[in-house]
Design a protein around this ligand. Structure first.
Ligand code: SF4
Ligand code: FES
Length: 371
């Protein structure tokens, strides 16, 4: 019997005013005309709650671009699901914050790209730092739990002190220092984003210093850079184990990166009940549990701890999703990662996510002015 999920990533839209070079959105974005309606999301929340989901991340793209966001929050709250807004902060004015808090929103995760307006706007590909600062104030005034998320890479790791200080100044209770995971646009831009080992070592040391300094005040989360650790991440808590992702068009996936995997058809909430998708669909059962494993994972004592790592990463690097995640030092493909991390080159040109502020299709790429 399949155990139920408890978490859902609700990707409300792929549209976004920013163009971050590490965006984990798929290269093929869902256009706004294909997004689920308010009624669809209301039904999804009810079905998810009945299935066992208790926590939903309302994400994107930029979920604030959904005019019906408060109605979706209300639907989740009515179904008994705790909602966290995951936002760039662009458009999170005081009145919108009040509306969302009134609808039952439980917490907010705000992203920022770097510690200064110039560096942050450069990475975001749009003037947005001032809006983020305003959003931080609005979140703080709402009294909701406030987390700040910063994706780390070669271009901002050396500013780790200033980034943490910014989180403190903005009043975040939790600062998530998330080393880049290489999917979607981040994978395309990997050469320019990969840090050096020295950068990572220095940054991690500084996080240790700040942890001691901020103990009891601000929680610092260091998301491990799995390319550099030799230890794979237990991606999504296991395939089809605890979490599901609903894409803007209603496709349901075991993880947000699964679009790219070959040979899997992802069922849609427009056609199928969420419970059927979770329990019976081929996609959710493809890498569930341990029976699919071969190679070092099949006999490894850690297979119930890390679930063989990440299927999307295995596919991205080896072309075969059923391989052991090459981030694992036991993987026969680990040298493919070592070749990238031992000699992190001088960077490269960055091409960035499509202009997904509107229809979001097509991939209007830009070369970022840093490399
Ligand atoms: Fe995990 Fe597989 Fe590596 Fe063992 S061999 S540590 S199960 S990824
Ligand atoms: Fe898809 Fe890890 S991101 S399994």
């Amino acid at each position: 019997m399949t155990s139920p999920p408890w978490a859902m990533l609700a990707e409300l839209t792929h549209a976004c005013p920013l163009h971050c070079p590490y965006c984990s959105n798929p290269l093929e974005l869902v256009g706004r005309s294909r997004e689920l309606s308010t009624e669809d999301w209301t039904r999804v929340m009810a079905e998810a709650a009945a299935l066992g989901v208790v926590h939903a991340h309302l994400s994107g793209g930029e979920p604030l671009l959904r005019a019906d966001l408060a109605a979706i929050v209300t639907a989740a709250e009515g179904a008994g699901i705790y909602t966290q807004l995951v936002t760039s902060g662009v458009g999170l004015h005081r009145s919108r914050m009040d509306e969302l808090a009134g609808a039952g929103l439980r917490s907010v995760q705000l992203s920022v790209q770097d510690a200064t307006a110039g560096a942050s706007d450069l990475l975001a590909g749009a003037r947005s730092f001032a809006a983020k600062e305003r959003a931080a104030l609005a979140i703080r005034e709402s009294g909701l739990p406030f987390g700040l998320n910063v994706v780390l890479h070669r271009h901002n790791l050396d500013s780790i002190d200033e980034i943490i200080a910014l989180g403190v100044a903005w009043g975040a209770e939790r600062v998530e220092l998330a080393n880049t995971q290489f999917y979607g646009w981040a994978l395309r831009n990997r050469g320019a984003l990969l840090p050096t080992r020295d950068q990572l070592r220095r940054a991690e040391d500084r996080v240790g210093v700040w942890r001691a300094r901020l103990a009891g005040q601000v929680e610092l989360i260091w998301v491990v850079p799995d390319y550099f650790e030799g230890v794979p991440k237990p991606c999504m808590g296991g395939w089809g184990a605890v979490s599901l992702t609903v894409a803007p068009d209603g496709a349901v996936l075991p993880c947000p990166g699964a679009y790219a995997l070959p040979g899997l058809a992802f069922p849609n909430v427009r056609d199928r009940a969420l419970r059927w998708i979770w329990e019976n669909s081929e996609a959710f059962n493809a890498y569930r549990g341990t029976a699919w494993m071969s190679g070092p994972c099949a006999g490894c004592p850690r297979r119930d701890v890390d679930f063989g790592g990440c299927r999307c990463q295995a596919y991205a690097i080896t072309g075969r999703p059923e391989r052991t995640d090459p981030a694992c030092s036991l993987s026969p493909d680990h040298h493919l990662i070592r070749e990238l991390t031992d000699e992190t080159g001088p960077g490269g040109e960055v091409t960035v996510g499509s202009d997904h502020g509107d229809a979001g299709i097509g991939g209007k790429e830009r070369a970022a002015p840093f490399a």
